[in-house]
Design a protein around this ligand. Structure first.
Ligand code: HEM
Length: 395
């Protein structure tokens, strides 16, 4: 059965669609059925290798700015850096600049509001899916709606300005690509409202997940100095003094194993949900129409029955000859989801991950700070609860 048909039989749970409306609207993450197919076809070309290539320079520039900040701080005698907050704000800058051509000020306003929205929606226990649950949390529901509307307004002004500008559609970023005339299916382009929702989705989905993958990587490399040295050697061999070119980045094999292993141990998207849109037969079991499914990615990635006794160990070499890392079930390793709904931004992530890590490992060494408290928690994404302070030394 084609992945498209499968994707149509499973939808996104209505309870989450309602609850997360202010964050994702009706964008690709939440769209279903024929609407999802249309959105996916319109959006996929925006992530083509050519478009991604155009983002490379902005990724390098934003990372170099972060490095300059670190050097200034280190020169003042403070070697402890909260890499999580630093990398998240750099990844935010990258997505704002490279996807929407936004200046840093407008970009950070959207991020502050998104962060506040995330706290409102996910930090406290709320009555999601409980009948009349919103009535128990009126203040929070109103706050989420208000923040969602403010973000929409900011993004709308960016889209409108771009539509008016003559060379807006030629600008090589995600928005420019979505605005191009040829990005339509069955003669239907995305409406302005739909564009706002997609931009919001890229904004949120496009920076935090990647930043968390990089942050958890820095922690694990600080804990496993041997791997830190191996990656640095690989960078020296493969990149040397050359420009960070996409073809060279593709040759950083060990870095890819490390990334896969980090995404296994600390998947930034820790769970995935589905709702059956019809009665669905799975082997000799019928999943009734309307059933909600919760796929616990963290649980699966730490299941010894799938991975063996060393499941909790950091062993990037398990990905050396096997894209599934030796997992004994083809659906056991799902950091980017599965089937037709697999993450649309993963190639962007691979590129950003390799660029940021290459630049950081070429300049600094990392050790765990005594102030680090290990306490991963789920706030939509899998984050270090108390930040991620590391001791950073210039090489
Ligand atoms: C480490 C980085 C990332 C991780 C771990 C990740 C994870 C995921 C996962 C698990 C899904 C599937 C959700 C589901 O099936 O319900 C997904 C979908 C999606 N991701 Fe990502 N993602 C990452 C980076 C990105 C980036 C950089 C972007 C955009 C700029 C992005 C945009 C999306 C979108 C739009 C979807 C919905 C696709 C669809 O339903 O057709 N993601 N991602």
């Amino acid at each position: 059965m084609s992945t498209e048909v499968m994707a149509k039989r499973w939808g996104k749970p209505s309870v989450f669609k309602n609850d997360r409306e202010s964050m994702f609207g009706k964008g690709l993450v939440m769209a279903e059925g024929a609407e999802w197919v249309r959105h996916r076809h319109v959006i996929a070309p925006a992530f083509s290798p050519l478009n991604l290539k155009a983002m490379r320079n902005m990724m390098i520039e934003s990372t170099k700015q972060m490095i300059d900040r670190w050097v200034t701080q280190i020169n003042s005698g403070n070697h402890e850096i909260d890499v999580e907050s630093e990398v998240i704000s750099t990844a935010g800058q990258i997505i704002a600049r490279s996807s929407f051509g936004m200046n840093d000020e407008d970009g950070s306003e959207v991020f502050e509001k998104l962060r506040a929205l995330q706290r409102t929606l996910f930090k406290t226990t709320r009555y999601v899916g409980v009948p009349y649950g919103k009535c128990f949390n009126v203040k929070k529901s109103l706050e989420a709606k208000k923040l969602g509307n403010e973000i929409d307004k900011l993004l709308l002004s960016v889209i409108t300005a771009r539509k008016k500008s003559k060379k807006g559609q030629d600008q090589q970023d995600l928005l420019g690509s979505l605005l191009q005339e040829n990005h339509q299916v069955d003669g239907k382009k995305l409406s302005t409202r739909e564009l706002v929702d997609e931009c919001k989705t890229f904004f949120f989905g496009g920076h935090e997940t990647t930043a968390l993958a990089i942050s958890w990587t820095l922690l694990l490399l600080a804990m496993h100095q041997d791997w830190q040295i191996q990656l640095r050697d690989e960078i020296r061999e493969v990149i040397g003094d050359n420009e960070l070119d996409i073809n060279l980045l593709a040759k950083l094999k060990k870095m890819k194993w490390v990334m896969n292993e980090v995404l296994r141990l600390y998947p930034p998207a820790p769970n995935v949900q589905r709702q059956a849109r019809e009665d669905i037969e799975v082997d000799n079991l019928t999943v009734p129409n309307g059933t909600n499914m919760w796929i616990d990615v963290v649980g699966m990635h730490h299941d010894p029955a799938l991975w063996g006794k060393d499941v909790n160990e950091f062993r990037p070499e398990r990905f050396m000859d096997d894209v599934n890392g030796g997992c004994n079930h083809k659906m056991g390793y799902l950091p980017f989801g599965f089937g037709g709904r697999m993450c649309i931004g993963r190639n962007l992530t691979f590129m950003e991950y390799k660029i940021v890590l290459t630049l950081l490992l070429s300049r600094f060494s990392f050790n765990v700070s005594p102030n680090y408290h290990h306490s991963p928690s789920i706030m939509l994404s899998l984050r270090p609860t108390y930040g991620l302070p590391l001791i950073v030394q210039p090489l």
